[in-house]
Write a protein that binds this ligand. Structure first.
Ligand code: ATP
Ligand code: MG
Length: 337
């Protein structure tokens, strides 16, 4: 069976790292067909809009997109493209794996966890925000729903089940924010009952931060509300050496978009020194999502191997003297061995 995916090369280093990523995917014989669409600055130049209708239609049709970094022009009244895509497709789960790789500067070398962040409600609401006329008092609303909590916790448990993970930790602040965080925790407990084979753990967010810094190996899958997830997922990226190797996915019932967490890096665009690994790891997660878990694992294994043994071929940010292309060459060579 052949699966078609929508590919958005994106802006800045996007085309360079996407070409490298697709070369590596091709070496795996995944049976994927790519259709290419514009978004971001490139789309603004070619179509007069940041997200052309045909790009949205393609994502809707194929349900899977691999996306390079997109630039939202600042100060011209454009709203963030990533936010627009998230709203349009109701991409409620933001999934951010944090995995240790050799040769990265970090405190630990044995971390393998996934943060699952609720992405549509919580403290990130455009309504319910106000400030008094004198400017002295500001009010923000947090909205948590049973339905929103249930689908994110269920997603986390299903992910754990599919990836053979052993534990899901729900991170909350129900002791203080009794209503909204309390509802999230109640629902998490209920959903956990449907997955007796997976250990369920609850942890208050402040303790979770300390535990992540002191003993991160205890975590497997973390599920949490929007704001805590925003903070914890970057904390976890920092634990494994920063954004250089950080993939992310935004997942909804009808569409899933896989991407690198880093931006378009205009400072190095066109110089062929961009590290393709974050996007490639996003592609590996896409393969997992498409039930090609063995192929996803091969991608991660190849990255590990090349970072370990072909240092001169990797990009300067990883301490090598290679280019985006020599990095991809090394990965392809490893996969074809
Ligand atoms: P944007 O405006 O698209 O968010 P940015 O420059 O603000 O771009 P990033 O693209 O996240 O932010 O880049 C931050 C720094 O990290 C830059 O110096 C960039 O060169 C570097 N960087 C980001 N991604 C990569 C990569 N894949 N390989 C090497 N360096 C990178
Ligand atoms: Mg940025």
């Amino acid at each position: 069976m052949s699966q078609t995916i929508a590919v958005l090369k994106g802006d800045g280093i996007g085309p360079e790292i996407m070409d490298a990523t697709l070369r590596v995917l091709d070496a795996l014989d995944c049976g994927l067909t790519y259709e290419f669409f514009d978004a971001g600055l490139t789309a603004l130049e070619n179509h007069g809009t940041l997200i052309p209708a045909e790009t949205l239609e393609a994502i809707e049709k194929h349900r899977i997109a691999l996306k390079g970094p997109l630039t939202t022009p600042v100060g011209k009244g454009f709203s963030s493209i990533n936010v627009q895509l998230r709203r349009h497709f109701d991409l409620y789960a933001n999934v951010r794996p944090a995995i240790s790789f050799p040769g990265t500067r970090s405190r630990y070398d044995d971390i393998d966890l996934i943060t699952v962040r609720e992405n549509t409600e919580g403290a990130y609401l455009s309504e319910g925000q106000s400030i008094t006329d004198d400017g002295d008092t500001a009010l923000s609303t947090i909205r948590v729903t049973r339905q929103g909590s249930e689908r994110i916790v269920r997603y986390a448990f299903e992910l754990a089940r599919q990836r053979g993970r052993k534990k899901v930790t729900a991170v909350h602040k129900a002791n203080i924010i009794k209503t909204s965080s309390g509802l999230f925790l109640d629902v998490a407990r209920e959903v956990a009952g449907d997955y007796p084979e997976i250990e369920f753990q609850e942890m208050i967010v402040d303790n979770a931060c300390m535990q992540l810094v002191m003993n991160p190996q205890q975590f497997d899958v973390i599920v949490t509300t929007n704001l805590f997830g925003d903070i914890l997922s970057d904390l976890c990226a920092g634990l494994v050496g920063g954004l250089g190797l950080a993939p992310g996915a935004n997942i909804g019932a009808d569409a899933a978009i896989f991407e690198a967490v880093h931006g378009s890096a205009p400072d190095i665009a066109g110089r062929k020194i961009a590290n393709p690994c974050a996007l490639l790891l996003a592609a590996a997660d896409m393969l997992d999502h498409l039930d090609m878990v063995d192929k996803g694992a091969r991608v991660r294994g190849a990255i590990r191997e090349v970072l370990d043994s072909a240092r001169e071929q990797v990009t300067p940010d990883m301490g090598g003297s290679g280019t985006t292309d020599t990095f991809a060459d090394a990965l392809v060579a490893h996969l074809q061995r």
